[in-house]
Design a protein around this ligand. Structure first.
Ligand SMILES: [Zn+2]
Length: 244
């Protein structure tokens, strides 16, 4: 097993379980600058053209499409069995795919403004992201909370369900790094709990495109749990601010 194999498996898996990428070239890349950085993975509007020369040189360019950056080498460098590393790598890549799917399905008004950070300089982008993510004080809502909300969580649950119901069970909900499995978001619920609350929807909509799932009204039980969890995050920040 290897990092390259984990990337190939993930690309094939996403093509199989995500109808939205049918016919769209998909690249999972490992920018060297990311290895061992705080940023385990990211997606970015300009990542595809930025990575094009490297992909072309490696004979891996498939055309303009969806591109995911993930620090797979760092996972395989850890002192863990290769099978575990592969599971974590697939989970990380699915996590980044969830970001792409939420962003692609958001109505234009909800899309974040195009990133004005140095678009052609991945090193600068990674450094800036590291700075933003490590700039945490107890009195603030964790920066990661805003990018990993209820719709992102729902997409992660769907990806997890589609993965395991496709016959490959070597993956846990927490491997997709959402809910309280995300560092700094320990006040959210366990990923398995979110998946359980969505279980009927996961089965009923397992072949649906994510562009239909993302904007749909959230099931009530899941929405209530998310509201309670988000309140906990906000209340904690307020309490920390009052105590400061
Ligand atoms: Zn994320």
């Amino acid at each position: 097993m290897s990092a390259a194999r984990a990337i190939t498996i993930s690309e094939q898996l996403i093509q199989r379980i995500v109808p939205d990428v049918a016919g769209v070239p998909l690249h999972v890349v490992q920018p060297k600058v990311m290895v061992g950085s705080v940023l385990a993975g990211f997606v970015h509007d300009r990542l595809c053209p930025i990575m094009r020369p490297e992909l072309e040189a490696a004979g891996q360019w498939r055309g303009e499409g969806w591109t995911i950056a993930a620090d797979i080498d760092h996972i395989f460098a850890r002192d863990i069995p290769d099978s575990t590393a592969e599971r974590l790598a697939v989970g990380l890549i699915l996590h980044e795919a969830a970001h792409l799917l939420v962003s692609a399905a958001a109505p234009p008004a909800d899309k974040p403004a195009p990133n004005s950070e140095p678009a052609d300089d991945i090193a600068a982008f990674v450094a800036e992201s590291q700075r933003a993510l490590s700039d945490e004080s107890p009195a603030r809502i964790p920066a990661a909370f805003w990018g990993h909300g209820d719709r992102f969580t729902r997409v992660c649950c769907h990806l997890y369900f589609r993965y395991i119901s496709g016959g490959n069970y070597r993956l846990y909900p927490k491997d997709l790094i959402f809910g309280n499995a995300y560092p700094t978001l320990d006040l959210l619920s366990d990923p398995g709990k979110y998946a359980w609350l969505l279980w009927d929807e996961l089965g009923a909509n397992r072949y649906c495109a994510f562009r239909e799932i993302v904007p749909a009204t959230l099931p009530e039980a899941f929405a209530l749990q998310w509201q309670a969890d988000a309140s906990r995050v906000f209340d904690s920040a307020l309490a920390a601010r009052a105590a400061a």
